[in-house]
Write a protein that binds this ligand. Sequence first.
Ligand code: DGJ
Length: 723
Amino acid sequence: MGCAVIYVDEKRGRFHLQGRGYSYCLQLDEEGRLLNLHWGGRIPDADLSQLLSFYWEGASFDLRYGRLPLELPTPGAGYYGTGALSAVNPNGDSILCLQYKGYTLTAGKPALPGLPASYVESPDEAQTLTLLLEDELLGLRVRLMYTVFANYDVLARSMAVENAGKAPLELTCMLSASVPLYGCDYDLLHLKGGWGRERAPQRVPLNQAISRVESRRGASGHEQNPFLAVLEKSATEFQGRVWGQTLVYSGSFLAEAAVNNFGHTRLSIGLHPDMCHWRLAPGESFQTPEALLVYSDQGLNGMSQAFHALIRQRVCRGYWRDRQRPVLINNWEGTYFDFTEEKLLAIAEKARDIGVELFVLDDGWFGKRNTDTCSLGDWVVNLDKLPGGIRGLSEKMHGLGLLFGLWFEPEMVSPDSDLYRAHPDWCLHAKDRVRTQARHQLILDLSRQDVQDYVIQAVASVLERDGVDYVKWDMNRNMTEPFSALLPAEGQLETQHRYMLGLYRVLETLTARFPKVLFESCSGGGGRFDCGLLYYMPQTWTSDDTDANERLQIQYGTSIVYPPAAMGAHVSAVPNHQTGRIASFQMRGNVALAGNFGFELDLTALPQQELDQAKEQVLAIKSLRDTLQKGVFTRLESPFEGNFAAWQFLSQDGADLLFCAYQRLVQPNPLSHRIRLRGLEPEACYRTEDGQSYSGGRLMEVGLPIPLPKEDFSSYILRLHRS
Ligand code: DGJ
């Protein structure tokens, strides 16, 4: 475990989770309640008792309970904030009095039943502490699970709730983490957005109020991301204390930063309590999703780099996790629904000529789907468009030396489909209510096993038969009437979470059955960009907005939590289809290289000069792929704050650096502008491809001037190698 370790002091009732760069200190009080004394910078495992006294400063006795830094706050006995756990019992009250009963400390990290979660590959990578708490009156047992990783600055936290009593209970709130922080002089940071403008960082001062970000949509959503951080007011991208949390989950969620009247802050995250109640019969258990907590004293970049490393290596899984991702071409913006096999092959030939490795056929290949009004659910090829079927097309693509990928939207059904006509009760709906359509479609009820099995079989039969190497798994609307025909009235509020468990079962089954297929998730662009889906699909389509200038912001904001290797980024045509803006081919390529690179345009319509540029871009990407996918990504200059954006990728061994700077609008008589690089060895010498050399110290302290042309939306890329 190296320098990460969990200390247990049974006598004093203390648990000190000491990660590489943080300490998370728990203490039992004299009544067996679990308190959190410190989450922040690493401290020695000395006597921690002094910490508790900080919370008592000036407290009068009757306010004592509200002032306690509870690790698992529950309602009913003087705690007035959002409880981390609440349950209605047969008496009708919702009082929970949880007392510590014991602990276990194990090497490694157990999987969470039915849910995605961070993982280890060998037991020496982590230690897991499980604390058992119990409400003896109800027979309710709670297991809090904490994992400290040897190689990652992330603490994983989740909770399992067991009904060991004799009567059924209804869980009404089950958060994954709820952590008190001393003081409240902080800013709050979250990622806001909408379709086409996902994950823009928003930083606001915290005040004595509850600040919430949430989704009730049955998807993590475009509007907010399951992420929330608090920062010292002086914290920047490079320095200062930051506490961040994200959730390994893809459905409705709640994240909160609440400041109480004692001037302390509570950070929490988990299932949205309004969208998930759960009946717990005697003998049954409920497992929450996992929260990932990061403390950084290296500002926002420090927090992001900790998330990136864990997400890339211990949330993403499988064959493609560490492999170089193929450069792809997707036909969506090139043809939309209007394609023939001939047209696709003509694009594919051009793609092959410029070095593309994967052809992806997007929406419109099945049923009668020439518009978005029909056929979802009928995953049978349209032979008018593709006379040789999917198999015929994939053979031709393989013949060209390309991998072949296919779009699905498996969670959906069009009312105009054979599937809906055969099974009108298979969609989410409420009895006797209108079934609200969005994009002319309804959502299949994946809380039902028969529907899950249908989806597995429908996708698997195409993958088995037709030689598909990649799947784009789309999901283009959020839930309305999120209820199920199979659940009783009192279980209807379970539907959304049962749906997610069903979706995860479908994905687990398909990814296990087709381990070499590369899955990429998508939801109207980046409407479901979260760690839950990254566990099954190591890359996500970042946004339907492919405009290079917009993408600077979207990719910059996405990188607050997610690594570049998780983001799909494509060069598309100009004028851009979403904004009408024109950016040079070079700019479009230089923005797209900071993700899983691809094209999304009709290559047969490109002039030779741009095809040549495209070929060069592909060549460059291939030679940089390891650094781009596995290197340390650092944000240098924010497109939200000025006219420039800049970031760098530093290879794992520190020998290769790619510096990328972008200018949005040309300014007359511009101010001189230098950007300082980060993380280099001051004494080492770094050489550019044209033979210039700089010391690391100079690059970091003096910085690089940016020779940008007099052209709106221009870019500058510099490759440096340590000699
Ligand atoms: C939404 C996706 O984000 C697009 O890339 C495309 O796949 C369309 N759906 C197809 O309907």
